[in-house]
Design a protein around this ligand. Structure first.
Ligand SMILES: *[C@@H]1O[C@H](CO)[C@@H](O)[C@H](O)[C@H]1NC(C)=O
Ligand SMILES: [Zn+2]
Length: 314
């Protein structure tokens, strides 16, 4: 049995080592600056059938009563976060300072890092899409399950929800002051492996929509969207978008590069994996107050009163 497991592990790790050094996005594979494997050729688990991202067909998402609000802790801690060019994205290292619970998750999860995906085109930079619509960017806050906090007794290292990613879709809009310290750090991490610290303290909440607006979200089980594409991610895609000014969005494509400066310069953009087949999976949505209920009371009463008064005067 152990021998079999060891052999399986070996078989699984072999292509991983090969793909890890060479995987790249479509735009890099096409550029022919250096040979690399685009998404069609990613190895490991990437060709399996519970992959991410997906297109979410909103009318097919099934309401799940268990998908309540999240509780965020440490999301208000102000820090000068470390920022890094990972060669595939820009990453903010979250130093175990924040956790999430609730949101229909089976345990508490610790925030490890956040990173983004983007394009120069305002409707082509997100990995997930809603009814076929893509957005300017997508931010992923990656959390790992905390051992010993699981609500069910069986702690399984290889479980399908080992990682919880909170995905936020980004649209062009008004200037986002919360994001500015990250945008300003980009020019200090233009090449892979470069790191810097933000010049100003910000909290995770500074990057997000207000907490009350985060009750509506989609949920499904999938994978990491980069090799090795392990199928161990419980995905949350929020309906409420983040707004960034177009200039702030374009700064990502302008300031960052995929390659080190050895005569090659491919700007980091379109770092997105194409949508994957949903297959047999079901997408769920949170049961959230409808639009009507979220209106303030006077907004509901005013038309009623107007009708009454109009009737009375007539
Ligand atoms: C600002 O960030 C630094 C470094 O991350 C931290 O030590 C300090 O406590 C923060 N200041 C505030 C006001 O939160
Ligand atoms: Zn991502």
């Amino acid at each position: 049995m152990w021998l079999l497991l060891a052999l399986l592990a070996l078989a699984a790790s072999r292509p991983l080592a090969r793909a890890e050094s060479h995987w790249c996005y479509e735009i890099q594979a096409k550029s022919a600056l250096s040979p690399c494997s685009g998404p069609d050729q990613w190895g490991d688990y990437c060709q399996k059938d519970r992959q991410s991202p997906i297109n979410i067909v909103t009318r097919k998402a099934k309401v799940d009563q268990n998908l309540g609000p999240f509780s965020f802790s440490g999301y208000d801690k102000k820090r000068k976060w470390e920022v890094k060019n990972s060669g595939h994205s820009v990453m903010v290292l979250l130093e175990d300072e924040a956790t999430i619970a609730g949101g229909g998750l089976a345990s508490q999860y610790q925030a490890k890092q956040l990173h983004l995906h983007w394009s120069k085109v305002m409707d082509a930079g997100s990995e997930h899409s809603l009814d076929g619509d893509r957005f300017a960017m997508e931010m992923h806050i990656v959390h790992e399950k905390e051992q010993g906090t699981s609500r069910n007794k069986k702690e399984d290292q290889d479980s399908e929800d080992e990682i919880a990613v909170l995905a936020f879709l980004v649209e062009a809009g008004s200037k986002n002051e919360g994001f500015q310290p990250l945008v300003e750090a980009l020019s200090d991490v233009s090449r892979p492996k470069m790191t810097t610290k933000m010049k100003k303290n910000i909290s995770l909440s500074d990057l997000l929509p207000e907490e009350e607006k985060l009750r509506r979200y989609f949920r499904y089980l999938g994978s990491l969207t980069t090799p090795d594409c392990e199928e161990k991610v419980v995905w949350t895609v929020f309906e409420e978008t983040i707004q960034l000014q177009e200039e702030q969005i374009l700064a990502f494509s302008e300031k960052l590069y995929y390659d080190n400066d050895n005569g090659q310069t491919l700007k980091m953009t379109d770092n997105i994996r194409p949508p994957q087949r949903l297959g047999q999976r079901q997408v769920f949505r949170s049961q959230a107050p409808g639009r009507l209920l979220s209106l303030p009371l006077p907004a509901l009463l005013a038309p009623t009163l107007t009708c009454l008064i109009a009737g009375f005067l007539r």
